[in-house]
Design a protein around this ligand. Structure first.
Ligand SMILES: NC(=O)C1=CN([C@@H]2O[C@H](COP(=O)(O)OP(=O)(O)OC[C@H]3O[C@@H](n4cnc5c(N)ncnc54)[C@H](OP(=O)(O)O)[C@@H]3O)[C@@H](O)[C@H]2O)C=CC1
Ligand SMILES: CC(=O)N[C@@H](CCC(=O)OP(=O)(O)O)C(=O)O
Length: 349
């Protein structure tokens, strides 16, 4: 009998799920024991993803809580919004560790969830139990947790860029603007007109302006870190690349600070956290430099003319923005080194 932790993946046939498969196959303490599909049970996972041939060809299981309980110790949900709302409480009650990659348990206010996601909110008792898994910021709460709500892709890039300055008390709380751009895999594997090749190729567009569902998630965490309510402007864009998010963030400071003070603040905040890399002065990260990896790279510039801080933060949306951070959270939950199974170099070029 295996001594490895047994993992099930609901939504294994989507981009988040298949990235979890790639990462968990390389994890020394985890064995994938169930890949789950709501629409294609009985088929091999490799039928839809031929890159898995001779690597993982398991048959897909149906979504069945009793079966998951029998086959797994931890379950990842990489499902569309609204699925985890119903499923996660049953899995938690069955005694499983649960890591939800969807947005269903991120917002502590069910009313906000219904307003921004247009779905019925989950049971407030389970929302209260879900620990928000922004790994570098809330590691102490994640260690030993049983139910993790994994942050969204844009919030991961944007919040890691903002956390040190938000927590410092130096930031003007009314001044936050983030302008974020994502590759197309952020929209999942499902087909739609927006992600059609001839619509997105050689194109660049803003979408969900002032309506993006990640806005209240970023505001909720910023407000918590700053100790006062933060309302922000957040604009998302789609760029014709497969993976990657770059968030350009602007904040005003309450008082003039030197650039050295800002660099010291960021370096101290992330000291010992290997997946956040602060670039040297005058250097700014690009999405390719974190491609396929769990890194979040951050560049900083304080404009001496305006006193305004510009922060550039990049991640791979399917790794640090989803599956990689989920595995990092599992590592923290289990008391393993947070980099277990994740200590690989970005793919370049
Ligand atoms: N792509 C990304 O970069 C990121 C995605 N996320 C979030 O992760 C979740 C998954 O995203 P992503 O992988 O991109 O999406 P995909 O559309 O690629 O995959 C979602 C999967 O969910 C399964 N599914 C659909 N309906 C149900 C259901 N009722 N019950 C169980 N499973 C169902 C589908 O597979 P089947 O029909 O086989 O069941 C499908 O493959 C979403 O909530 C997304 O917002 C979060 C961060 C980043
Ligand atoms: C490019 C693209 O379409 N991205 C998606 C991100 C979806 C996502 O990751 O959803 P949750 O984090 O809320 O689960 C979007 O903007 O809605």
């Amino acid at each position: 009998m295996s001594t490895k932790l047994r993992a099930a993946i609901v939504g294994s046939t989507g981009y988040g799920g298949v990235e979890l498969i790639r990462l968990l196959l390389a994890h020394p303490h985890v064995a994938i024991t169930s890949v789950i599909s709501s629409s294609n049970a009985g088929a091999s996972i490799a039928d839809g993803y031929p890159h898995l041939n001779q690597i993982l060809t398991d048959k897909l299981d149906a979504v069945d809580v009793d079966l998951i309980r029998e086959k797994a110790d931890v379950v990842f949900l990489a499902t569309p919004h609204g699925v985890s709302t119903e499923l996660s409480p049953k899995l938690v009650d069955a005694g499983l560790k649960v890591i939800d990659i969807s947005g269903d348990f991120r917002l502590k206010s069910g009313r906000d969830y219904e307003a921004w996601y247009k779905h019925k909110a989950a049971d407030p008792a389970y929302i209260a139990r879900a620990v928000y898994g922004l790994a570098e910021v809330f590691a102490d709460e994640i260690r030993g947790a049983e139910f993790i709500s994994n942050p969204g892709c844009y919030p991961t890039a944007t919040l890691l860029g903002l956390a040190p300055i938000a927590a410092s008390g130096w930031m003007d709380p009314k001044s936050v603007i983030a302008d974020a751009k994502s590759g197309v895999s952020g929209a999942g594997r499902g087909l739609s007109l927006t992600v059609h090749y001839s619509e997105i190729n050689e194109n660049f567009l803003a979408y969900k302006v002032n309506k993006h569902q990640h806005t209240p998630e970023i505001e909720q965490t910023l407000s918590r870190l700053a100790g006062e309510e933060i309302v922000m402007t957040f604009t998302t864009h789609l760029v014709p690349m497969t993976r990657g998010i770059l968030s350009t963030i602007y904040v005003n400071l309450k008082e003039r600070r030197s650039e050295d003070e800002i660099f010291d603040l960021y370096r101290k905040y992330y000291e010992g956290r290997r997946f956040v890399r602060i670039r040297d002065k005058g250097k700014y990260p690009a999405t390719k430099e974190v491609w396929g990896s769990n890194y979040c790279d951050i560049g900083l510039s304080l404009d001496p003319r305006t006193g305004r801080l510009t922060i550039i933060s990049v991640i791979d949306n399917v790794v640090k923005g989803a599956a990689g951070q989920a595995v990092q959270n599992l590592n923290l939950m289990m008391g393993w080194d947070e980099a277990t199974g994740l200590a690989f170099t970005p793919v370049y070029p």
